[in-house]
Write a protein that binds this ligand. Structure first.
Ligand code: SF4
Length: 317
């Protein structure tokens, strides 16, 4: 893990799950503690841990702005820009895995946030399985008590071999299953993301069936499907340039989505492909909406009409 405490903290860009669009984005860290995923824009990023006094000052400024609309001249304008669109209810802790923030300090931040802005209803964050497994069950329950309501974890694939290949930093998907169990036991919602096309053409079948199997085992509250986007500067992009990685076509990625939905079984899961990286948005509650979602995908796959898909230039990370 590359850790940088001495540099001035630089506020990260907002990279968020689709469902956090109304949230206030409060940075605790910048970068990601596991910066080795070969497809990710955080690859090689340096983890920065933000000073707690700095976080508390931001909460103070936000509280003043929320209560009285006051803007102070010595407070960074970005704080007010983010607060403008805020519904006062949800807070998303940045960055790539804010759960890495040392537990006593994390607890202190959440206590402070609750005390200063009691209207906050739910706090969410990205969390790696490693971060979750490092926390005891009591610590997770304590976070829940302080309104931590959801963890977003990148499963990416159920294929262990692919997991190693992409540098995910977990030894097997069993770790994600264990992490999910712990999170749910603490009463925190568990949302996992999978990446369509991650195995390329050659690895596609193994990727989808293994992913459906592990999703069934985790049985999360939410699944978000993303579509692989090759990011310049990442090792996977370089593999593609060397013709060592063969990406799926948009319709092949939809076939993967269909197979994952078809082959996974959930108790009650909100499954969506609403993320901006996807060529098509489908969503629904599984198992209830399974047939409806599959038939939507089948129609688009049968028509093979590119105008039904999100154009490449509108896809985002
Ligand atoms: S995919 Fe997640 S764990 Fe991997 S580098 Fe990116 S943010 Fe970190």
């Amino acid at each position: 893990m590359k850790l940088n405490r001495r540099m001035n903290f630089s506020r990260p860009d907002i990279i968020r799950p689709p469902s956090e669009w109304k949230s206030y984005f409060l940075p605790l860290t910048s970068g990601c503690s596991n910066n080795t995923c070969t497809f990710c824009g955080y690859y090689g990023s340096k983890l920065q841990i933000r000073d707690i006094a700095d976080i508390k000052s931001e909460i103070d400024a936000l509280a003043l702005f929320t209560r009285r609309g006051l803007q102070l001249s010595d407070v960074a304008k970005v704080i007010y820009a983010v607060a403008e669109g805020w519904d006062g209810k949800r807070v998303f802790l940045q960055d790539g895995d804010a759960l890495v923030y040392p537990f006593p300090k994390l607890r202190e931040v959440l206590q402070y946030l609750n005390e200063k802005i009691p209207s906050v209803e739910r706090i969410g964050t990205y969390a790696t399985p490693q971060d979750i497994l490092r926390r005891s069950s009591d610590e997770l329950k304590e976070l829940r008590r302080l309104k931590m309501g959801i963890f977003y974890t990148g499963l990416e694939t159920g294929d262990d071999e692919l997991l190693q290949k992409i540098g995910k930093g977990v030894s097997s998907d069993e770790e994600v299953v264990e992490a999910g169990k712990k999170v749910k036991e603490a009463g925190i919602s568990f949302s996992v993301t999978v990446i369509l096309g991650l195995g390329g053409i050659e690895g596609s079948k193994k990727h989808v069936f293994a992913t459906a199997k592990i999703l069934t085992e985790i049985d999360p509250d939410y699944v978000g499907a993303l579509t692989l986007t090759l990011v310049p500067g990442t090792p996977l992009y370089e593999q593609w340039e060397r013709n060592e990685f063969h990406p799926l076509s948009p319709f092949q990625s939809l076939e993967e989505l269909k197979l994952i939905i078809e082959n996974s079984n959930f108790t009650d899961c909100f499954f969506s492909s609403m993320h901006a990286s996807n060529y098509l948005s489908v969503r629904g509650r599984l198992p209830r909406d399974k047939e409806k979602m599959l038939s939507e995908l089948e129609k688009v796959l049968a028509a093979r009409n590119p105008s039904l898909l999100r154009p490449e230039f509108l896809r985002g990370l």
